[in-house]
Design a protein around this ligand. Structure first.
Ligand SMILES: [Zn+2]
Length: 238
């Protein structure tokens, strides 16, 4: 009954695949919050990773949390909230910042990684780990009214470093709550399609948009043959 409005779209087989999939969401802020909720409600098992604490200024976009959660670790509140929504899924919250020395443990067994972080140090770390272990991942980012997202399959599509070799983080980024909601809805849709066995639409395509004027573009991105992260990989998944 829980999934009967989606099973006709993805098939019984697709639903079974979702139920047996593990997705790691790195970052439980404006993008990670709706990602966790939509994937849990769709029946996906989750690792939820964030070392942060809920604060009042998070609440305009981080819809996993309420006023009474202020001061609590995001990953643990998120785990509880997801369990409250769908007790069928296996969910584990990790209240840690993703680092080189814990990434193996935190992303272990993931069929797909969702990058919902806010900094390129962590993003490059995820990229290197996913390329090395051939785990697909979805990059999503926002700034103000702008968003960008792409589906990365190591060895097949450009990796994050191919696309952004010199990215810098923005300080004190501004954000309207609906921008992360928008991009996370796209990323969650791509994740559900991929996990259910449906070809994702944003492989090798950077989808960007500006919600202040509702303009959207799809940019085809190419692998860098000299990329220090992924150039040694060839096309077929091992
Ligand atoms: Zn690359």
């Amino acid at each position: 009954m829980r999934y009967n409005r989606q099973i006709p779209l993805i098939g019984e087989k697709g639903q079974k695949k979702l139920r047996s999939s593990l997705v790691a969401i790195v970052g439980l802020g404006g993008i990670g919050s709706p990602l966790a909720l939509y994937l849990a409600e769709a029946g996906v098992n989750l690792h939820l990773i964030d070392g942060g604490i809920v604060s009042l200024s998070n609440l305009n976009r981080q819809i996993l949390y309420s006023e009474e959660d202020i001061g609590l670790p995001k990953a643990l509140v998120a785990e509880k909230e997801v369990r409250r929504r769908n007790r069928e899924v296996e969910v584990k919250g990790f209240p840690h910042k993703l680092r080189e020395d814990n990434i193996g443990e935190l992303l272990e067994g993931a069929d797909l990684v969702l990058d919902a972080t806010d900094n390129f140090n962590t993003r490059y770390l995820i990229n290197e780990f996913c390329v090395k272990n051939r785990i697909p991942f979805i990059y999503s980012a926002i700034s103000g009214f702008y968003f960008a997202t792409t589906f990365i399959v190591p060895g097949e599509t450009p990796c994050l470093y191919c696309i952004f070799p010199n990215a810098k983080d923005e300080k004190d980024m501004l954000v309207i709550g609906t921008t992360p909601a928008y991009v996370s809805s796209i990323a969650a849709t791509e994740a559900i399609k991929y996990l259910a066995g449906i070809e994702p639409s944003l492989k090798g395509i950077l989808f960007i948009g500006d919600l202040s004027i509702m303009e959207f573009s799809k940019i085809r991105v190419k692998r860098d043959p000299n990329c220090p992260v992924c150039s040694s990989l060839n096309g077929s998944q091992s």
